[in-house]
Design a protein around this ligand. Structure first.
Ligand SMILES: NC(=O)c1ccc[n+]([C@@H]2O[C@H](COP(=O)([O-])OP(=O)(O)OC[C@H]3O[C@@H](n4cnc5c(N)ncnc54)[C@H](OP(=O)(O)O)[C@@H]3O)[C@@H](O)[C@H]2O)c1
Length: 347
C-alpha cells in the first residue's frame, strides 16, 4: 500500500483549451476512515468531456483548490463499517485521487461476469455505454434497417453507439472523426460502413458522399457544422439525438450552427437531447443486453487505457484533443500488475 495519497485539484479557470497548468497534484498522508466509513484505493478512473464543462465557473462546476469528482473503481483497503469488507471492489464518484474515504451509501457494488474486464464498467457498461444505449433505444427508438450518422464516432460514446446499433439491427452506419487514421479504424475495426475525417472539407459534402441516400438518425456528440449538415441529410421522420456539444466546450464564443429550419417541419424531424443521469434505472437492462454479447465475442469494448495515475491530467487533455479511440480510462500502476494475475476478469 502507498503511504501517501495524491489528489488532483483545479488551480485556475481556463479560457479556451485547458493545459496541465490548470491542475496541480496535491500530496497528503493516507486518510484514516472514521467509524462508518472505509478507505478505498482507486484502481481505474474515467476522465470525461463533462469535466471540461465543470472547469468553467458554472453552477455545480469544480471548485478551485479542492478535490475533483469523477467516476472511479477502487478496492477497500481499510474499513470501519461492517457494510464494506476489506478487499471489496466498489464504484464511486470520488475520482481524480489515489485514495478516497467513502460511506456505504456512496458506493455501488459491481456485478461481475466471466470474461468481462473491470475497465468495461467505466466504458461500455458504464455511463458511456448507457448513454449510447439510451440514445438508440429510448430517444431514437431505432428500428431495424434504419441508417445512422454518428459524430465523434471514434470516441467512447461513438464506438459504443455503432456496436450497439449493429446488434439492434441498424442499416448503414456512417461516422465522422478527427483524422484519416480514425476513419480507417472505424470501418476496419468498429463496424462502420463509411467514415470521414471532418477536417477534409465542408461536412455537408463529406456526409453527402458517405451517405448519398440520406440518414434516418443522427447521433450527435459534437454539434456545430456537423449538426447543420445532418439536418440536410435526414430523411422524413428523421431523428437527431443530441448527446453532447464537444466542438464548443473549448470555444464558448463559437457561432451556433446554421441550418434550414424549414427542414425540421417539412421532413417531420424530431430533435431530442438527454442526460444519462436521468436514465440510471436502465443500468440492469444494459447489462442484460450487453453482457451476453461481450461474453460471446459479438461485442468488443473500445478503450484507450492510460497507465499511471500521474498521467490522469494528460489523459484528460489528450481526450479533448482527440488522441483516444474508444473510452479513455486511466489505470493505476498497481492494477496493471493485478491484471496480470487475473483480477480484472470476471470472478
Ligand atoms: N448526454 C449525456 O448524458 C452524455 C454522457 C456522456 C457523454 N456525453 C457527450 O458525448 C460526447 C462524447 O463523449 P465521450 O465520453 O464518448 O468522449 P470521446 O468521444 O471518447 O472523446 C471526445 C472526442 O471528441 C472529439 N472532439 C474533440 N474536439 C472536437 C471538435 N472540436 N469537433 C469534433 N470532435 C471533437 C475527439 O475526437 P476526434 O478525433 O474525432 O475529433 C475526442 O476523441 C461529448 O460531447 C460528451 O459531452 C453526453
Amino acid at each position: 500500500m502507498n503511504e501517501t495519497a495524491l489528489t488532483v485539484h483545479q488551480t485556475a479557470r481556463p479560457h479556451g483549451f485547458p493545459t496541465a497548468e490548470h491542475f496541480a497534484f496535491v500530496e497528503s498522508t493516507l486518510p484514516d476512515p472514521a467509524p462508518g466509513r472505509a478507505l478505498v484505493e482507486n484502481l481505474l478512473w474515467s476522465v470525461d468531456p463533462y469535466h471540461r464543462e465543470m472547469m468553467d465557473d458554472v453552477p455545480g462546476g469544480f471548485a478551485l483548490g479542492a478535490p475533483l469528482e469523477g467516476r472511479t473503481i477502487g478496492r477497500v483497503i481499510a474499513s470501519r463499517t461492517p457494510q464494506l469488507a476489506e478487499g471489496e471492489i466498489v464504484f464511486h464518484r470520488q475520482g481524480w485521487r489515489t485514495h478516497a474515504v467513502v460511506t456505504p451509501e456512496e458506493i455501488r457494488r459491481l456485478p461481475r461476469f466471466d470474461g468481462v474486464p473491470l475497465t468495461a464498467y467505466l466504458g461500455i457498461l458504464g455511463g458511456t455505454g448507457l448513454t449510447a444505449y439510451v440514445g438508440l433505444t429510448r430517444i431514437a427508438r431505432l428500428q431495424a434497417g434504419e441508417d445512422l450518422f454518428v459524430s465523434a464516432a471514434a470516441g467512447g460514446v461513438g464506438t459504443a453507439t455503432a456496436r450497439f446499433a449493429r446488434l439492434l439491427g441498424a442499416g448503414r452506419l456512417v461516422g465522422s472523426a478527427g483524422s484519416a487514421a480514425k476513419a480507417d479504424h472505424l470501418t476496419r475495426k468498429v463496424g462502420y460502413d463509411a467514415a470521414f475525417d471532418y477536417h477534409d472539407g465542408p461536412t455537408a459534402d463529406l456526409l453527402a458522399k458517405a451517405a448519398p441516400d440520406g440518414i434516418d438518425v443522427f447521433v450527435d456528440n459534437v454539434g456545430g457544422e456537423q449538426l447543420a449538415a445532418a439536418v440536410g441529410a435526414l430523411r422524413e421522420f428523421g431523428r437527431i439525438i443530441r448527446i453532447g456539444t464537444i466542438s464548443q466546450y473549448n470555444t464558448a464564443d463559437a457561432p451556433p450552427p446554421r441550418f434550414n429550419y424549414a427542414d425540421i417541419v417539412e421532413k417531420s424531424i424530431r430533435m431530442e437531447g438527454f442526460l444519462v443521469s436521468n436514465y440510471r434505472d436502465l443500468q440492469d437492462e444494459l447489462y442484460e443486453f450487453a453482457i451476453p454479447h461481450l461474453q460471446n465475442g459479438r461485442l468488443t469494448p473500445d478503450e484507450t487505457v492510460v497507465d499511471g495515475f500521474e498521467h490522469i491530467v494528460h489523459a484528460f487533455l489528450g481526450m479533448l484533443r482527440g488522441e483516444n479511440t474508444g473510452k479513455v480510462i486511466v489505470r493505476a500502476t498497481a492494477q496493471v500488475a493485478s491484471d496480470n494475475t487475473g483480477i480484472s476478469s470476471g470472478q
